[in-house]
Design a protein around this ligand. Structure first.
Ligand SMILES: Cc1ncc(COP(=O)(O)O)c(C=O)c1O
Length: 405
């Protein structure tokens, strides 16, 4: 049963293009109107008082946004770095660490392709190896995932890298238990949390990863270009920027003893309110950071709806999708364990369908956006149901699928 009554006023705040169905919060969500108005006001300011906005406004607004996000995710503001996306965040971490020849990075066979490229690059660079935990046999219980990692740890394992929610298979992994396991073995835990904030509860203090990168432009509904890195204090002295700019005048000197010390001030306010490390990692030259400045409005909007309530509706929509697509013969591939299954649903593509063209056809013929994902040799249609989607949109998807198979 999907309850619309509480949500109607909020659904009216979600922009939509008539005739289009977007079931893909897993890539990007729509931007709610109050957030869009906030970002447009900032862009207006930026456009009409360009350099002064950049020199004097940016740092103050980034600071307020960082504080709002820190409260939302239960972390200290000095451990949070606002960056354009999770790709940037996890590149900072992986490009910073140095492994010895023969060391191992332990990861799963369900990681996002771009992250696998990053892990393999780091392994090649350092003469280390990427060792894979096969998640295919761990779908019944989160404890099986922890045991599979435990069995794969060797004396050479230095890093455990895993998604909090896997992209292609929509599996919610037991992030906190995996980070605990890593710590017990003195292994760095690096979490790709791209899909997690506002999708599942994320308490960064409790998860206790060494590093956790994520996007706010997926389930939190921030405008595109808003992601973050959380770094545990013990990891921070190791972090090096992957882009050198004004924050790195001392890049070749010894690493600062206290990365949380205030950044040196300059003639403008570029580093005001930042720690030294935040200025080092976040200042990437001039670009549009307004999406990173509106987290107070993003979180304010989610709080108005009620984050728990929002998740309940998204979960109910996921169950509705699984049931109605099941009725027309689409087989759900999600984990049967409730704790491992969130608001993304995956359905096996029938053998008669060409996986390389199907998502494109769904869009061009029916104006429905759902990606096709791949795990090993299997292909899935991935249906993300955000709280802002509706049962009618899922019915439209079902009837399109019926006509295409
Ligand atoms: C698990 C996972 N990691 C990383 C990313 C990369 O996100 P972005 O392109 O916003 O950096 C994605 C994107 O969908 C993802 O699903």
């Amino acid at each position: 049963m999907v309850d619309d009554t509480h949500f109607l006023p909020f659904l009216l705040q979600i922009p939509a293009t008539p005739g289009e169905v977007h079931l893909n919060a897993g890539t990007l969500s729509p931007t709610p109107l109050p957030v869009m108005r906030a970002v447009e006001a900032l862009r207006h300011c930026q456009a009409s008082t360009p350099s002064s906005f950049f020199f004097f406004e940016t740092s103050r607004r980034i600071d307020a946004s960082r504080r709002a996000l820190s409260r939302f995710l239960n972390a200290r503001p000095e451990d949070i770095f606002l960056l354009p996306n999770v790709t940037t965040a996890l590149n900072v971490v992986m490009q910073s660490i140095r492994l010895a020849p023969g060391d191992e990075i332990l990861t799963t066979d369900h990681e996002y392709g771009a992250m696998r490229i990053l892990l393999e690059h780091v392994a090649r660079r350092d003469g280390s190896t990427v060792r894979i935990v096969n998640l295919g046999n761990c779908l019944q219980d989160p404890g099986e995932v922890v045991e599979a990692f435990r069995r794969s740890i060797s004396a050479r394992t230095r890093v455990m890298f895993f998604s909090h929610i896997t992209s292609a298979s929509a599996l919610v992994l037991p992030a906190q238990s995996l980070c605990k396991l890593a710590r017990e073995h003195n292994i760095l835990s690096i979490v790709d949390g791209a899909h997690a904030p506002a999708h599942v509860p994320v308490d960064l203090n409790a998860i206790d990863a060494d590093a956790y990168g994520a996007n706010c432009h997926k389930w939190m509904m921030a405008p595109a270009g808003c992601g973050f890195l959380y770094a545990r204090p013990s990891l921070k002295p190791k972090l090096r920027p992957h882009i050198l700019s004004w924050g790195n005048g001392d890049y070749d000197a010894a690493q600062p003893a206290d990365p949380d010390a205030p950044a040196p001030s300059g003639p403008w306010d570029l580093s005001a309110g930042c720690t030294r490390l935040q200025y080092r990692l976040e200042y990437l030259g001039v670009y549009d950071r307004t999406p990173q400045m509106v987290l107070p409005e993003v979180i304010g909007f989610l709080d108005q709806i009620g984050v728990d309530r929002m998740r309940l509706r998204a979960g109910a929509l996921a169950r509705f999708a699984r049931s109605i697509l099941g009725d027309i013969g689409w087989v759900c591939g999600n984990s049967p364990h409730q704790a491992m299954s969130g608001c993304m649903s995956i359905f096996e593509l029938p053998a008669t369908i060409d996986p390389s063209t199907f998502a494109h056809q769904l869009w061009t013929r029916h104006r429905i956006l759902c990606p096709v994902t791949r795990v090993g040799e299997s292909h899935f249609l991935r249906v993300s149901t955000g709280w802002f989607n509706t049962t009618d949109q899922i019915r439209v998807l079902a009837s399109a699928l019926k006509s295409m198979t």
